[in-house]
Design a protein around this ligand. Sequence first.
Ligand code: NAP
Ligand code: F7E
Length: 349
Amino acid sequence: MTKSALITGITGQDGAYLAKFLLGIKYKVFGTYRRSSTPNFWRLQYLGIFDEINLIPADIIDSSSIVEAINISQPEEFYNLAAQSFVGASFEQPIGTGEITGLGVTRALEALRQVDPEIRFYQASTSELYGNKAPFPQNEQTAFNPSSPYAVAKLSGYWNTRIYREGYGMFACNGILFNHESPIRGLEFVTRKISNIAAKIALGLETTLVLGNLDAKRDWGYSPDYVESMWLMLQQKEADDYVIATNETHSVKEYVEKTFDFLGLDWQEYLKVDRRFLRPLDVNLLQGDYSKAEKKLKWKPKKRFHELVEIMIKEEMNRWERWQNGERFPWDAPNYPHEANILTRVLRV
Ligand code: NAP
Ligand code: F7E
């Protein structure tokens, strides 16, 4: 029998890859999208699945629209990927982030509890919960110490997911996912920012890459690998929480070096550091331990750091070259403002 899944956040990186994965295993896929003045479906188009998705207008800050989306789709599985997901922006919009990324989860869980508590629920939790000063590698037992308004909002989502599981017996899982990237990652995140600007530098379209904290270390994986773990969690006998990671950690500086090495360029000639990209508080070191997922879900990452860097820069070079040759296709970069024109906060001396 065909299964149905409802994905909030289908227009984002993971939502698009998860939809592609589920369609590949013959699911009927429903996805919610927010009304905006300009269409925002480029990722679904880029992956060639736009026409196969059943779209439902809904906003995670509006409970009634979530209830309606559940009633329309009648899914077996509900994947809650909707979030204000950029840590940097959570310092600029801490209240909005709490509404969407934190209370949004409560709205989704409460809608499911009231409409059909048998629907299985996946919550997109995050390694940002560990914050600073955590021992490493981090696993499901490591204490949380959130270090941003984003992480605080996600902590509320994490606990409510557990509360609805333990209190109401709902099948609700947290995937504690470490950073995962891809060529359809948002341009504000550091990996995509580096590969996009580096490709432009290589093609003479840009002169400088401007970054903030180069010493931060992250456990970076590949988004298409990670969305499979979301599905696996919802296929188990019992609901549980899982760390999804690569067990490797690398600094932002290493990411820059590897990218420029690939292009045969000396990164030191192009990189500048500007404090406008420093966060009021940053997480210094994240490194996951995915042993539980490997043991119980039989999941492990297929792509490693070096392969990820290569996939990202190759795709960006390919796109800019196609663009220079006059080809037009669904893609965000040509419409993205120069970051020098984005004023995020007053910098006090
Ligand atoms: P993303 O590309 O930023 O996508 C976020 C999605 O949420 C977009 O579809 C966005 O819609 C939607 N959204 C935002 N506000 C909403 C609202 N008020 N109502 C309904 N939808 C809303 O993020 P991602 O990288 O795919 O991540 C997916 C989820 O995993 C997020 O919850 C994120 O916090 C979490 N996570 C990500 C990572 C990672 O490294 N990627 C790691 C751990 C956890 P629009 O397109 O309209 O903006
Ligand atoms: O930053 C440093 C920055 O914005 C990574 C989200 O998906 O993963 C993501 O959060 C590091 C930070 O991702 C720049 O300070 C230096 O230390 O790519 P990012 P993130 O904050 O780790 C987690 C797991 C999530 O859950 C989130 O949703 O890179 N960094 N210079 C910079 N970061 C950015 N964005 N831009 C810079 O210029």
